[in-house]
Design a protein around this ligand. Structure first.
Ligand SMILES: O=c1nc[nH]c2c1ncn2[C@H]1C[C@H](O)[C@@H](COP(=O)(O)OP(=O)(O)OP(=O)(O)O)O1
Ligand SMILES: [Mg+2]
Length: 200
């Protein structure tokens, strides 16, 4: 049995504004007041684990310990099949310290061109970790399957959204209405599992 989350205060342990916005939109129907890690000036831990779940747990535990509140962290990334699932857990790092995702998307295109790959299959993966100050934690994973397209399309969303075309859709995550992204995304899939386990 997963531990239930009280509708009190929750810290969103992320320094990525795009993610924080999406997580707030997902939390809105549950009446949970969320504070951002940035507004509490929480430290940004080094992501030393070798999996999405491991890094999500590390971020959630650090924030729960520092704030004394339950903390929700998200570790996510883009896996491109022809690139042996790169950039994967290194998705943020491919954008460099300046967080230049135009550069990161161009790197994906160049890496595919370099090996002459025609296979464009890709997926977004998200691990959400919920940690309490006493050390208890729960992790939930979700994925969205699709393909990468070039050139990038659309300026909604964040990160690699402009090159991700979900299976069965005609618009990239960068083009589509945010509500549509929430119906399909890796983050929304993981969140639905969290809701079923910890909020209902
Ligand atoms: O829905 C998404 N749409 C587009 N790109 C996405 C998405 N979800 C993850 N991504 C990419 C960009 C992000 O920078 C990286 C996650 O890296 P990740 O370490 O989990 O997040 P981060 O460093 O940006 O913020 P933080 O660790 O403070 O939560 O994967
Ligand atoms: Mg990060």
């Amino acid at each position: 049995m997963a531990r239930k989350l009280d509708p009190g205060q929750l810290v969103i342990a992320s320094h990525n504004a795009g993610k924080v916005r999406e997580i707030n939109e997902l939390l809105a129907p549950f009446g949970i007041g969320a504070t951002s890690a940035a507004s509490l000036a929480l430290p940004e831990p080094e992501e030393t684990a070798d999996s999405f779940a491991g890094n999500a747990l590390l971020k959630a535990r650090t924030a729960a310990e520092a704030s004394g509140l339950p903390a929700l962290a998200d570790d996510s990334g883009l896996e491109v099949a022809a690139l042996a699932d790169a950039p994967g857990i290194y998705s943020a790092r491919w954008a460099g310290p300046e967080k230049d995702f135009a550069k990161a998307m161009a790197k994906v295109e160049a890496a595919l061109a370099e090996i002459g790959a025609e296979d464009r299959r890709a997926r977004f993966v998200c691990a959400l970790a919920l940690a309490w100050p006493d050390g208890h934690a729960e992790v939930f994973e979700g994925e969205a399957r699709g393909s990468v397209v070039f050139p990038p399309r659309g300026d909604r969303g964040f990160g690699y959204d402009p090159i991700f075309l979900p299976d069965g859709e005609s618009e990239t995550f960068g083009e589509m209405d945010p509500a549509r992204k929430h119906a399909l995304s890796h983050r929304a899939q993981a969140f639905a599992k969290l809701v079923a386990a910890c909020l209902e």
